[in-house]
Design a binder for this molecule. Structure first.
Ligand code: AHG
Ligand code: MN
Ligand code: MN
Ligand code: MN
Length: 334
């Protein structure tokens, strides 16, 4: 593996392969640097006074952690001046954030979940940042919510930073998935994986089983059959993992396969699910598909869903392609 920096990787993608333009290269560099700053803040923990609640709620009705707010601010401040964006949207902001008039506007829209897995922050378990890039629609000089409502298949870039024992950045430009590891001495992300591939079959699933009594019948049947092991209809034993940070669960799947599910359940049906389409499901679906996996809401491909609202939620099933197809088959049989 060539140990090249993210900057050099992006220069090659721009100059040699013509896959990104200068604005997109700047956008990715800026987001990566913001994730590096978030990683440093997280690493300080109690010593940095960043743990605990912010004392405010977000549009999702969630109590915000100080780090939810700090990570959001870091991403806004890092991206607003560069001239590469026309607007930003975040889990932590009800409305889109327009680029202030004192700065030039660019042709891209940036969406992000600034801190994914917030419930894990105070117990020192891995958390992450998820981001997605769309093109600004023609003529949308001051993009509003409607301009963000593009199907996930319209994404030009998606990625996540995982703040774990190491800080890693997964990135897709639409031609496979690359992985970068933060070299803290250099202060640079270094290429440590290319063309990541998710094995099509798996024996590992990720779901919050405590919600089982609330799931719809197909998901109940599917998980019952997993738990029945080799004596059951699947004829093999399965293992379970649930980090409660989507980024950590998805990174494990990107690394060794598996299937991740956050299905509808009776408590959240009217909300449409738990995970947010535009800045959690779509970027993760893009990454997973680019690594040969699949991502569905149980019935249709996530990247085909036409969003209706900025903070729309959907059920999520993603990971090893054959296992996702099995889950979709359980839903079709219903
Ligand atoms: P966020 O912290 O950005 O609000 O996202 C949390 C999400 C996702 O990361 C994770 O998979 C899921 O919530 C965990 O949900 P439960 O706590 O219900 O298991
Ligand atoms: Mn949240
Ligand atoms: Mn999240
Ligand atoms: Mn979040």
């Amino acid at each position: 593996m060539r140990r090249i920096s993210l900057s050099r990787y992006l220069i090659e993608e721009q100059r040699e392969k013509g896959r990104i333009d200068a604005d997109l290269r700047l956008l990715i560099e800026v987001v990566a640097r913001a994730c590096q700053r978030i990683s440093i803040a997280i690493g300080k923990g109690e010593l940095g006074g960043v743990l605990g609640e912010a004392g405010s709620d977000n549009v999702q009705g969630e109590a915000q952690k100080k780090l939810d707010v700090l990570a959001n601010e870091i991403l806004l401040e890092a991206n607003e001046w560069g001239g590469h964006l026309a607007a930003m949207a975040s889990e932590e902001m009800e409305e889109p954030y327009p680029i202030p008039s004192r700065f030039p506007k660019g042709g891209y829209l940036l969406l992000f979940d600034p801190l994914d897995g917030s419930s894990n922050i105070d117990v020192n378990i891995s958390v992450g940042t998820i981001f997605s890039v769309l093109r600004r629609p023609e003529g949308a000089t001051n993009p509003d919510e409607a301009d963000f409502l593009q199907a996930g298949s319209e994404q030009v870039v998606a990625g996540y930073a995982l703040y774990g024992p190491t800080t890693t950045l997964a990135l897709t430009l639409g031609n496979g998935v690359a992985l970068f590891t933060l070299d803290r001495e250099q202060g640079a992300f270094i290429l440590t994986g290319e063309n990541l591939t998710i094995p099509p079959d798996t024996r590992e699933f990720a779901i919050n089983v405590s919600n089982q009594r609330h799931w719809e019948a197909p998901m109940q049947r599917y998980v019952d059959d997993l738990l029945a092991g080799k004596e059951g209809p699947r004829g093999k034993d399965f293992n379970m993992r649930w980090v409660a940070s989507m980024v950590a669960d998805v990174h494990r799947i990107l690394t060794r396969g598996g299937v991740f599910m956050y299905p509808l359940d009776a408590r959240i049906t009217q909300q449409g699910g738990k995970l947010r389409l535009l800045y959690e499901a779509n970027p993760m679906a893009f990454i997973v598909e680019q690594a040969g996996g699949a991502a569905s809401d149980g019935h249709q491909r996530i990247l085909d869903i036409q969003p209706q609202r900025l903070h729309q939620r959907i059920p999520v099933v993603l990971g090893s392609k054959n296992e996702v197809e099995t889950i979709v088959a359980y839903h079709r049989a219903d």
